[in-house]
Design a protein around this ligand. Structure first.
Ligand SMILES: NC(=O)c1ccc[n+]([C@@H]2O[C@H](COP(=O)([O-])OP(=O)(O)OC[C@H]3O[C@@H](n4cnc5c(N)ncnc54)[C@H](O)[C@@H]3O)[C@@H](O)[C@H]2O)c1
Length: 332
């Protein structure tokens, strides 16, 4: 396959590049990324500019002609679409770029595939995975059952609304044009190279800088957490075995409220830096809640588990590795 990964310099896309570049079914792996503030090519150390099967294209999804040119020139047969604006707080401060990249950018990619793939062979030979998020479903109450793929989309932030917009486009390209696409909706990811603006790295950065650790509201907002490596393996299985047109949730069943997770990170931080137990927890500090802050997300991943997927990482071990990775990069 000539595999196009969009957003391969981002947190999850880079994990996918690392996991897939040496797989036997991959002839060429093209990483299309605009290199926004969220990108970091150090995540691709040892691959970027070095690996014989890897090609980098610095292209903005908002540039329709350039996107099509990449799909054409590299004879792309498979797409896994990660690139997006991803930070909820930024979407509240400035929604427009979220619509431009996440909705219009996805449309440009869908159009490029539809046009190019229709010029070659049967469109059904190709595959397109759209990487979405559990946030499109909206918010759950404390006792509600987890979201299934049949739940309606009820996004509450400009970020999740723009991702839901893209999901609807992908769905309609399956129905209207026969594009062989999948939609995946994963819970919160974590891992050592996540951008410092996200929750876990923010906690660790504040602790490392001896700053207060901001906790929104009362800290009782619940998220489900999956190791980034398990997300990427799930996407690979969808690509390999998924039912065309299908939507797949990815989750671990590990639900934690923000205060609980921050507390665990504090304890790991103390242990890893040799500080007395309880030191870091004193840094936790409640701040005004995020507007429209969803109370709880959790998904039912039965459908993907039926394809043979299950999370391999132990949560506590992976969280410790995340803390260690953060400290190593800080040179602490
Ligand atoms: N991080 C999570 O917990 C999580 C959970 C579920 C789903 N997702 C989804 O997974 C995908 C990847 O998330 P992430 O956390 O790795 O994101 P990220 O913010 O770390 O990386 C996004 C990447 O996309 C690139 N990009 C942004 N705008 C672009 C544009 N206009 N053109 C080309 N490239 C552009 C950036 O340069 C960056 O490399 C996103 O679609 C996100 O919605 C993330």
């Amino acid at each position: 396959m000539n595999l196009l990964i969009t957003g391969g310099a981002g947190f999850i896309g880079a994990e996918a590049v690392r996991a897939w570049v040496d797989r036997p079914e991959v002839t060429k792996l093209v990483n299309l990324d605009a290199l926004t503030y969220a990108a970091d090519l150090r995540r691709l150390h040892g691959i970027h500019g070095v690996h014989p099967r890897y090609v980098f294209e610095q292209v903005d999804l908002r540039d329709r002609a350039a996107v099509r040119e990449v799909v054409r020139r590299h004879g792309i047969t498979h797409v896994v679409h990660f690139a997006a604006e991803t930070h909820v707080d930024r979407s509240i401060a400035g929604p427009e770029v979220f619509v431009e990249t996440n909705v219009l950018g996805t449309l440009h990619l869908l159009e490029a595939c539809r046009e190019e793939w229709n010029l070659r062979y049967q469109i059904s030979e190709f595959r397109f995975v759209h990487v979405s998020t559990d946030e499109v479903y909206g918010s759950l109450g404390p006792a509600d059952p987890a979201f299934t793929e049949a739940n309606p989309l009820q996004p509450n932030s400009p970020y999740s609304a723009s991702k839901a917009g893209a999901d609807h486009l992908v769905r309609c390209y399956v129905r209207t044009y026969g594009l062989p696409a999948f939609i995946t909706r994963c819970v919160n990811n974590f891992g050592p190279t996540q951008h410092t603006e996200k929750f876990i790295p923010t906690v660790l950065r504040c602790l490392a800088d001896d700053q207060p650790v901001p906790i929104y509201g009362d800290g009782r907002n619940v998220r489900e957490w999956l190791a980034v490596s398990d997300h990427v393996e799930g996407l690979r299985l969808v690509l390999e075995r998924g039912e065309v047109g299908g939507t797949y949730n990815l989750g671990s069943g590990v639900e934690l409220d923000n205060l609980d997770l921050a507390g665990r990170l504090c304890d790991l931080f103390d242990a890893e830096t040799g500080r007395p137990a309880g030191t870091a927890r004193r840094r936790l500090s409640f701040v005004a809640d995020r507007p429209g802050h969803d109370l709880r997300y959790a998904v039912d991943a039965t459908r993907l588990r039926a394809l043979g997927w299950q999370p391999a990482a132990d949560f506590n071990t992976a969280l410790r590795a995340t803390v260690r990775g953060f400290l190593e990069r800080r040179g602490t």
